[in-house]
Design a protein around this ligand. Structure first.
Ligand SMILES: Nc1ncnc2c1ncn2[C@@H]1O[C@H](COP(=O)(O)OP(=O)(O)OP(=O)(O)O)[C@@H](O)[C@H]1O
Ligand SMILES: [Mg+2]
Length: 486
């Protein structure tokens, strides 16, 4: 197509070409220079029209082997940014365009790209690419980008650490469909395309699981967006972080809060119990004193003596309970000394073993010889072990296995005593209450529900910890931790 142009227009076109600061020549199909622009003349120091390009530019006697003009003549299409080497110039980039006259290429336009400038651009591009790559790789968050089919093309170091896949593995063969389990990727894309989760094409703080290389599910918080190019969806990119630490900390905090509440509850129950115990102490003393006086001062009939004995026995029982309550509330004073925990355990077992209840119970002790002495009250600690062991024997109804171990904690700061039985274990609904005073599941007259609350109070006064739980197979387990340096 010939474009009609005025003389002025033609004049401007020539001036425009002369304004260009790069070499530009028009050659005939046999490489003769037909026209050039001002810049070429100035650079070459002479007008080169009529010469052949391979001579002017490459000081050759014949056209260059890889001359772009050849390809243009052959294909009929421009060859852009073609590069070729000649003997004199190590590298040159030329764009070559065909000039048609009535459907035939009668001339070719050759434009030399300004190499240094292009080199700088390339260098800048390369550097900013490297910078971006570095930035993505060193991001604290995991970064994963995928094309429209889900094929992953960006997978940074954090993503590798969270998922367990190496970067190469992921780039080589992973699709986002492999990363999110149970149609998770599909669900994410659906949400991304809707308006409801942070705007169209965006998804904010979405909690979802990632499937690790070993098949494990890793909870993450995801920020994702669709990548658009000229309005078309070409891929997606997601930034995420591992929620495992946060979830673990939350759980630990919750259990610490429960423990705190439990401590508070025990403390106030303790005060209440101590108050009641104090008030009961005097009238109990009175009952026992006057019962004895009656026994001694009056000549009573047999049945009356038996009744009085009964009154005395029950009153004594009440006094014992009151005593235990006061211990629980730490109202009684005890002397603490350095003691051998293993000895306290052995002493307790020695006392209990001979009782009928223990005749059909196998007792296994695994006492570590490497535990240091603990500052405490041996009477009180024996009482703790005794209450737990008695409960175990009662739970097993006199038949089963009792295992008692002592060892040094991993951090070497505590002595850990574990007492487990093969009984029915502690039901879920009972477990949170076992340390409460007067909590018992035993029949009336069988238990006061003070044994474990007493143990709790004693261990607390030793700045230790007592925990109750169940064995995975069967039976209950009690763990007592006593600090070495309270
Ligand atoms: N080894 C165990 N196996 C199963 N349940 C247990 C075990 N130890 C304690 N329990 C439960 O904890 C409850 C409270 O125990 P705790 O020793 O405080 O009171 P008790 O044994 O009922 O009464 P007491 O010890 O005052 O005679 C028990 O009634 C029982 O339900
Ligand atoms: Mg008990």
């Amino acid at each position: 197509m010939t474009i009609p142009r005025t003389e002025t227009e033609k004049e401007y076109l020539i001036r425009a070409i002369d304004a260009l600061d790069r070499e530009m020549i028009v050659i005939s199909p046999d490489h003769r220079i037909l026209a050039t622009n001002r810049y070429t003349i100035e650079k070459r120091g002479k007008n080169i029209v009529g010469d052949v390009c391979y001579d002017v530019f490459h000081e050759r006697r014949s056209p260059c082997d890889d001359c772009p003009a050849r390809r243009v003549l052959h294909d009929g299409k421009p060859v852009l940014k073609d590069s070729y080497r000649s003997l004199q110039e190590s590298e040159q980039r030329v764009s070559c365009y065909p000039i048609y006259s009535e459907g035939v290429i009668t001339a070719l336009l050759m434009v030399d790209f300004d190499l240094p400038r292009l080199g700088k651009l390339e260098e800048e591009l390369r550097r900013s690419n490297a910078f971006l790559k570095n930035m993505i790789n060193s991001a604290v968050d995991g970064v994963i980008a995928a094309d429209r089919r889900g094929k992953i093309f960006i997978f940074n170091q954090s993503a590798a650490e969270v998922s367990g896949y190496s970067i190469d593995e992921a780039l080589d063969r992973l699709y986002i469909q492999n990363i999110y389990p149970d149609r998770g990727a599909w669900d994410i894309m659906k949400k991304l395309r809707s308006d409801e989760y942070g705007g169209r094409g965006k998804l904010k703080e979405y909690h979802v699981d990632v499937l690790g290389k070993q098949g494990e599910r890793i909870p993450i918080s995801l920020y994702a967006s669709i990548i658009y190019e000229e309005g078309r969806e070409v891929g997606s990119i997601g930034f995420f972080h591992d929620l495992r630490t946060r979830i673990r900390l939350k759980k630990e905090l919750e259990s610490a809060q429960i423990q705190l509440l439990q401590n508070e509850k025990m403390a106030s129950l303790g005060k209440l119990a101590a108050g009641v115990a104090h008030q009961l102490n005097n009238p109990l003393g009175g009952i026992m004193l006057y019962s004895r006086l009656i026994q001694e001062e009056y000549a009573l009939s047999e049945p009356a003596v038996a009744d009085l004995n009964r009154i005395l026995r029950d009153a004594e029982r009440c006094r014992d309970i009151v005593k235990e309550l006061l211990v629980f509330a730490r109202q009684t004073r005890h002397e603490k000394q350095l003691l051998d925990v293993n000895k306290a355990i052995s002493r307790t077992l020695f006392l209990l073993e001979k009782q009928v209840l223990f005749q059909n119970i196998i007792i296994e002790t695994r006492l570590s010889m490497n535990i240091p002495m603990v500052l405490g009250d041996i009477q009180q600690l024996s009482h703790v072990f005794m209450n737990i062991i008695l409960n175990a024997a009662q739970a097993m109804e006199g038949r089963g296995k009792l295992t008692i171990s002592s060892m040094l904690s991993e951090d070497a700061q505590k002595v850990v005593i574990t007492i487990s039985d093969t009984g029915p274990g502690i039901p879920e609904d009972v477990l949170p209450h076992v340390f409460e005073p007067f909590y018992t599941t035993k029949e009336e007259g069988q238990g006061t529900g003070l044994g474990l609350s007493l143990a709790y109070g004693i261990v607390e006064s030793h700045h230790g910890k007592i925990l109750a739980g169940n064995n995975p197979d069967s039976g209950s387990v009690f763990v007592i931790e006593l600090p070495i340096n309270p």
